[in-house]
Design a protein around this ligand. Structure first.
Ligand SMILES: Cc1ncc(COP(=O)(O)O)c(C=O)c1O
Length: 373
């Protein structure tokens, strides 16, 4: 079976976890602090990194920290994993589903502009398939309309925009380190920002709102005489997770980045001339693809999907647009570009455990299926 995605864990990660298992406390401690520091060094500038247990919690805490309330509205592209929408609605705010741009598959700012109201407080762009799109335009839009920006960078750890790492600039960036992302900590996520208020709010809120508990946890201590002033959650990262993440961060630079880029470039070379499919447009340089979504033309998506599965090649559909989900849609709402992409969408296998021969084989089989009568 050629897997669509998988965790790549080796002896180094296993040894790192074993070392933590020998300690007296397995929860959030010095290993999390060390992982945060290494991520901060990796991203550079004046950014603080706060690790949490999932990318969804990272988004939830970031959105809570900017002070969203019930009834506020947040602009978000519909073509995303439902995690983005759930994180917004968890704050009490309403996610306002926006269409995506035909040329980029990313948030369509013109459509977003039409959906602005007096209640709009923030925008959550999604770096779908690792592509950040035109980040400058996005921040100009946010500035013009007085919106906070929480970047859903679940797919784009280690990617660059015009030579700057995603997360090293901007308002707030959230990463996911779940099992199949560019790096994993088993499950996990991080909030990245240089806003001191957001840093303080997220640091407390991840530990049930216990004031200034993070500093104690880093030293394997805890608070006994504490106060709580805000709603908090049990969202912190554990030392076991951080131990995996620290090894993965090193391996990302020495192995994963290059491997993902090489495999994705084979897909581009072999598939980009086919009249039957379209690859997601890429910014190119600096993108470390997390996945390879394509559009399959001529109503042949389902046939291609079935034929690939029959040849033991696992494929996916990332994603059913969130405005089509009962919780988040309005019956009358139409987002034509997101819906058209969804009808044709297929994600092809991509992970650092694949060989170039595996990817060549997927391409050959797919092209064969699509060109058969
Ligand atoms: C676009 C997007 N946002 C958010 C998330 C949430 O991340 P996590 O699974 O770590 O909660 C994901 C996870 O797959 C995602 O793909």
């Amino acid at each position: 079976m050629i897997k669509l995605a998988r965790s790549i864990i080796g002896n180094e990660e296993k040894r790192a976890v074993e070392a933590v298992l020998d300690r007296a406390f397995l929860g959030m401690g010095p290993e999390v602090q060390a992982f945060e520091k290494e991520l901060e060094d990796y991203l550079g500038s004046d950014r603080r990194v706060l690790c949490v247990n999932t990318g969804t919690s990272a988004l939830h805490l970031a959105l809570q920290a900017i002070g969203l309330h019930a009834g506020d509205e947040v602009l978000v592209p519909s073509l995303t994993f439902v995690a983005t929408f759930q994180a917004i609605s968890a704050t009490g705010a309403n996610p306002v589903a926006c269409d995506v741009d035909e040329k980029t598959w990313l948030l369509d700012l013109e459509d977003a502009e039409r959906r602005l109201t007096a209640k709009t407080k923030a925008i959550v762009p999604v770096h779908y398939a690792s592509e950040p799109g035109n980040v400058e335009k996005l921040y100009q839009f946010a500035k013009k309309h007085g919106l906070r920006v929480v970047e859903d960078a679940a797919h784009s750890f280690g990617c660059e925009y015009k030579g700057r790492r995603i997360g090293s600039f901007g308002d707030i960036t959230c990463f996911s380190f779940d099992g199949i992302k560019n790096i994993t900590s088993g499950e996990g996520g991080a909030v990245v920002t240089s806003d001191p208020q957001v840093i303080a709010a997220v640091a407390d809120a991840r530990l049930l709102g216990v004031c200034k508990d993070s500093e104690k946890r880093y030293r394997n201590e805890r608070s006994w005489e504490f106060d709580v002033t805000e709603q908090g959650w049990r969202y912190h990262m554990s030392d076991i997770m951080a131990a995996i993440g620290r090894v993965q961060l090193r391996r990302f630079e020495s192995e994963f980045r290059q491997k993902r880029m090489e495999l994705a470039s084979i897909y581009r070379k072999r598939l980009s001339h086919s009249p039957y499919l379209e690859l997601i447009p890429t910014q190119g340089e600096g993108i470390v693809p997390f996945m390879v979504p394509v559009r399959i033309r001529n109503d042949r998506r389902d046939a291609a999907r079935a034929a690939l599965l029959q040849r033991e090649i696992e494929v996916g559909i990332h994603y059913k647009p969130s405005h089509l989900l009962s919780k988040f849609g309005r019956a009358s709402e139409k987002l034509p570009v997101a819906e058209a992409i969804y009808r044709e969408l297929l994600s092809l296998p991509l992970h650092p455990g694949l060989s170039s021969g595996d990817v060549e084989e997927v391409c050959q089989i797919l092209l064969g299926i699509l060109s058969s009568p």
